[in-house]
Design a protein around this ligand. Structure first.
Ligand code: HEM
Length: 411
């Protein structure tokens, strides 16, 4: 029997790894009692994580009566509509949505964003430098790691620059615990996002741009996605792409500032291979998505090692734990970008972007953002230093996403 898990505990949020290591030592998957009175199966072994993510007996469709509010208000209807996206679906619906979206998300289109990402990152790094000059210290999450992914998704969706601050605010609100906001603020954000994307689709239909979302809208006219599916897709791209990438950038900066030797090695490299390795190792070591979305078993599944998961169970694949499985990664708790340099010694692929049919559609874009933004940041601010004790930084509670909520820095 594992100890009771309280995902809201700030100490667990900051460092969940000792708990996951204890759990893994008992078997690759374990039934865990959660502090809210429910229970779930947590998969912590690397091999088993990949097996579950590729197994159709683990469904992504949220159960109808999972305590979700009934769509009885405009905000609830908007929320229900935006949640009908491919990450919440199984084959064959998922296969069709994924095929149509992947056709727009080509490597060529993603790579074409490089100069725009560089321009946005350089602008934010310049603003941060000016703020540090003026105020002495600033929060790197607020000034850099948070705005950059939202601005980049703005490019993907072809959203006018003037609207991006609104998107940033609404997305922040719908991802926050309701009790952390003013009454009604979250409902207003759901309704605003729904209205905004409805108008955006109509705009793109009238006047397609050269953005990726325009090609999705255009494909829709030729028997592709329906309007409802487009709406949910816009929301998924915004939501899946921002907090994850924000956590990657913030965690990578934190790891580099606390491992100055690795930072100077990366800074000396002009070919970019070392920065790519930093991003890969940060993804493994500080997995931005701590767990995947919830799965539910459609029948009893024997995962081996004594883990027999009954039908109808809630299952969470803990990517952060699988990526620290000592059976797969020697010295898993050490931050060593060198393990991801090309060559015969290269470490196993991490599962930070998931595995199987739902493997992250934005992986190439996220890697590109990190590879462009990190060197630009340290070029603009070569003397960047932490202005807080790294062991005391606050982390967002919960099992889904992980990264520092604040990263006070100085120069
Ligand atoms: C560091 C950044 C990112 C990480 C760590 C990450 C991680 C993941 C993971 C683990 C999944 C699978 C979840 C599951 O199986 O339950 C996923 C799915 C997805 N991600 Fe990402 N992601 C990142 C950035 C992005 C970006 C930038 C975009 C888009 C612009 C994006 C779009 C998606 C989409 C659309 C899916 C659903 C795919 C499907 O259901 O087939 N992600 N991501």
């Amino acid at each position: 029997m594992a100890d009771l898990l309280n995902p809201a505990d700030p100490a667990f949020a900051r460092d969940p790894y000792p708990y996951y290591a204890r759990l893994r030592a008992r078997g690759p998957a374990a039934r865990v009692d959660l502090a809210n009175g429910t229970h779930a199966w947590l998969v912590t072994g690397y091999r088993e994580a990949r097996a579950v993510l590729a197994d159709p007996r683990f469904s992504n469709v949220p159960p109808k009566a999972a305590g979700r509010p009934r769509p009885d208000s405009p905000a609830r209807r908007a929320q229900a509509c935006l949640a009908r996206h491919m990450l919440n679906s199984d084959a064959p619906d998922h296969t069709r949505l994924r095929r149509l979206t992947a056709a727009a998300f080509t490597p060529r289109r993603v790579d074409a964003l490089r100069p725009r990402i560089a321009r946005l990152a350089a602008g934010l790094a310049g603003d941060l430098a000016a703020r540090l000059e003026r105020d002495g210290s600033a929060d790197l999450v607020d000034a850099f790691a948070f705005p950059l992914p939202v601005l980049v998704i703005g490019e993907v969706l072809g959203v006018p620059e003037a609207d991006r601050a609104d998107l940033r605010e609404w997305t922040y609100r719908v991802g926050s615990p309701a009790d952390a906001l003013a009454p009604g603020a979250m409902d207003a954000a759901w309704t605003a996002l729904h209205a905004y994307f409805t108008a955006l689709i109509a705009d793109k239909r009238r006047a397609p741009g050269d953005d990726l979302f325009s090609s999705l809208v255009h494909d829709a006219r030729e028997g592709g996605l329906t309007d409802g599916e487009l709406l949910a897709m816009a929301f998924l791209l915004l939501f899946a792409g921002y907090e994850t990438t924000m956590n990657l950038l913030a965690s990578a900066v934190l790891l580099l500032l606390t491992h100055p030797g690795e930072l100077s090695t990366a800074r000396r490299d002009t070919g970019g291979r070392r920065w790519d390795a930093v991003a890969e190792e940060a993804l493994r070591h500080a997995s931005p998505l701590e767990g995947t979305t919830w799965r539910r078993t459609t029948e009893e599944v024997d995962l081996g090692g004594g883990a027999v998961i009954p039908a109808g169970s809630s299952v969470l694949v803990v990517l952060a734990a699988a990526n620290r499985d000592p059976g797969r990664f020697p010295e898993p708790d050490a931050f060593r970008p060198g393990r991801y340099l090309p060559g015969p010694e290269r470490a196993a692929a991490h599962v930070a972007f998931g595995h199987g049919p739902h493997f992250c559609l934005g992986a190439r874009l996220a890697r590109l953002e990190a590879a462009v933004a990190l060197p630009l940041l340290f070029d603009a601010l070569p003397g960047l230093r932490l202005a807080a004790d790294p062991g005391l930084l606050p982390y967002r509670p919960g099992l889904l996403v992980r990264g520092p909520r604040e990263l006070p820095v100085t120069r």
